[in-house]
Design a protein around this ligand. Structure first.
Ligand code: ATP
Ligand code: MG
Length: 570
């Protein structure tokens, strides 16, 4: 958070400063309003860091509000998961509210609007309503039910509430202007009928408020001063202000301010599609380490600090852009370089037999856990006749500049001896199954003979000590960057919908997950789930909850190569 104090104020902070100076508000109160129909992704995370961050910066408060107005997709498990995620990021909300806590109040406000002649029950079918809405260039057509009497409207609305009508047969609409150039102001729906059981109110209600009505009114009821949201809500702002004014619950109307959404290359940031990934089994669940959800990122080994660092660097802007994935990876990698112990694991093993090493001889080697942090200590690693190295570290016919193992070539085994490859064994399919090498007995690291230099150093795992383990390597879920994945609209539930052309399932990267069976040093296997390591040359890994006592599983958090730092010259 140190960077936080140093960076220049963003435009939202400027607006808030002006509002405090002009006396429009004498305090700051924001809210984060997720819909509990999925887990939070890093895009929500940006929104919540802005909401909580502005409150913190101005000594104000931030509410957590679940916008649970569509019972069809909402679940208590998501409510709990979202709270855990926010706490994990280190934020504390002021009040915890649910839109459903306000259903009675909203219903009364709607009735009051009917009495004042600014809301009516419409019997048109959804198709008729759509057809009569007009277009950007053509005004809409008034509904034949628009001029019903107040009494008839009150009666019908009550009967909607009492469950007398079918889903989709009637809605309550605001009476604004069917010719307004902003299509959203052409008598928007305020209530619709939905007969699903609600995760909190059960079957008490069968009518639910629409986002454009509920959201601003609830902001006003909660005493929100600044209602911060992503850019796609900009065209909804006149409607926001209209409903706040109609509700008449505050004489200090909240101010809606929009900021750019977070878009990341090859990353889907839309719950709708993430839900599809989960329901179709593209991923193992919301916490699959490939998911851009906080639960997924946490499982993969990303820390809250890395996510804050990333979002601070991205900043808050007024126009949309797409951030490079390598920046996120850079932010994840940089702190791990300091905190993750160095260890050895072989992801794709091939066996090495040291032919001149006596059968029962075991050397205990002392290897430090971090080259720059002596306080991390060291470990004893047994070195014997058989070990594993990485398959890609041997070439039968080495290409130029291949400084690893090849027939007749020498390499140093990290922290151990220099070996020379004498021979190899292939199976029937032609795959190499065993390498036969000799050891230079005088070359042990740290001893005098160790002064002899060879070009390549390989990581290795002792066959006697090594534990079988699984490595899961990840790539982005999307096959290639698809710019139109970032185009968004807001649907009637206030859900932002990304609009890719064609099915999202056609754009998946077939290599997003690679599973490899290898070996790791035994001391690594003993660590807790969530522990992170740098496996030499292979990247940073985090122990996964799928690990068993016999077989640890490691997720590659991020590879070692930092393409962003290179490009950005950092
Ligand atoms: P999604 O795009 O994932 O479907 P949503 O609008 O359905 O989002 P909500 O739970 O309503 O999901 O979102 C909570 C808040 O997070 C909203 O204020 C929304 O504007 C914001 N938000 C969602 N995605 C992003 C993003 N990519 N960048 C910034 N803010 C976002
Ligand atoms: Mg939403």
């Amino acid at each position: 958070m140190e960077n936080e104090a140093k960076r220049p104020a963003n435009f939202i902070e400027d607006f808030v400063t002006q509002d405090l100076a002009s006396g429009r508000f004498d305090h700051v109160h924001t809210r984060f309003p997720p819909e509990p129909n999925g887990y939070l992704h890093i895009g929500h995370c940006k929104a919540l860091c802005v909401d909580f961050g502005i409150a913190q910066k101005f000594g104000g408060k931030c509410n957590l509000r679940f916008d649970d107005t569509n019972p069809t997709k909402e679940e208590t498990a998501f409510v709990d998961g979202i709270q855990r995620d926010i706490e994990w990021l280190g934020y504390k909300w002021d009040k915890l509210y649910f839109a459903s806590d306000f259903f009675d109040r909203l219903y009364e406000i709607a009735k009051d609007m009917i009495r004042r002649g600014v809301a009516y029950v419409d019997d048109q079918t959804p198709e008729q309503m759509r057809a009569n809405r007009g277009t950007l260039t053509k005004p809409g057509v008034n509904s034949p039910y628009r001029d019903r009497s107040v009494e008839e409207n009150l009666d019908l609305f009550e009967r909607m509430k009492n469950g007398e009508f079918e889903e989709g047969s009637r809605v309550l609409r605001a009476k604004i202007d069917m010719a307004n150039p902003n299509v959203l102001l052409r008598d928007p729906a305020m209530y619709r009928i939905n007969r699903h059981s609600h995760h909190r109110t059960g079957d008490k209600w069968c009518i639910y408020p629409m986002y454009d009505f509920q959201h601003p009114v609830q902001d006003a009821i909660e005493g929100i001063t600044h209602s911060l949201c992503s850019l796609e809500y900009e065209i909804h702002r006149p409607l926001y202000d209209w409903f706040v004014a109609q509700a008449g619950v505050t004489d200090q109307p909240p101010r809606q301010i929009e900021f750019a959404r977070l878009n990341i290359e090859r990353t889907v940031l839309s719950k709708r599609y993430l839900r599809e990934f989960v329901s179709t089994g593209v991923v193992s669940g919301w916490d699959d380490p490939r998911m851009p959800t906080l639960v997924g990122m946490r499982r993969r080994g990303y820390t809250a600090a890395a996510i804050h660092d990333f979002l601070n660097r991205v900043g808050v802007a007024k126009s949309d852009s797409t951030v490079e994935l390598s920046l996120l990876e850079h932010c994840v990698r940089a702190p791990l370089a300091e905190t993750a112990p160095r260890a050895m694991a072989v992801i794709d093993p091939v066996k090495v037999v040291l032919t001149n090493w006596p059968e029962d001889k075991v050397d205990m080697l002392t290897i430090e856990n971090h080259p720059d942090h002596p306080e991390f200590g060291s470990r004893e690693v047994p070195f014997g006749r058989e070990l594993y190295i990485e398959r890609e570290d041997f070439m039968e016919e080495p290409v130029k500049k291949f400084f690893r193992l090849a027939p007749g070539k020498e390499v140093r085994l990290k922290g151990a001896y220099i070996i020379q490859c004498e021979d190899f064994v292939k199976d029937e399919s032609g795959e190499i199954v065993e390498l036969h090498c000799t050891v230079d007995m005088d070359s042990r690291s740290g001893s005098e003979g160790a002064n002899r230099k060879v070009k390549g150093t390989l990581h290795w795992v002792s066959a006697a000590d090594g534990v079988p383990c699984e490595h899961r390597l990840y790539e982005p879920l999307l096959a290639e960057d698809a710019p139109d994945v970032n185009a968004v609209e807001v649907d009637e539930d206030g859900e932002t919908v990304e609009v890719p052309s064609g099915s999202i399932l056609d754009r998946l990267n077939p290599n997003s997950l690679t599973v490899k069976q290898g070996f790791c040093e035994s001391w690594i296997a003993k660590h807790e789930v969530g522990a992170t390591f740098q496996f030499l040359r292979m990247g940073y890994f985090c122990k996964d909850p799928d690990s068993t006592a016999d077989k640890p599983v490691f997720n590659r958090t991020v590879a070692l190569k930092d393409t962003w730092a290179k490009v950005a010259g950092k």
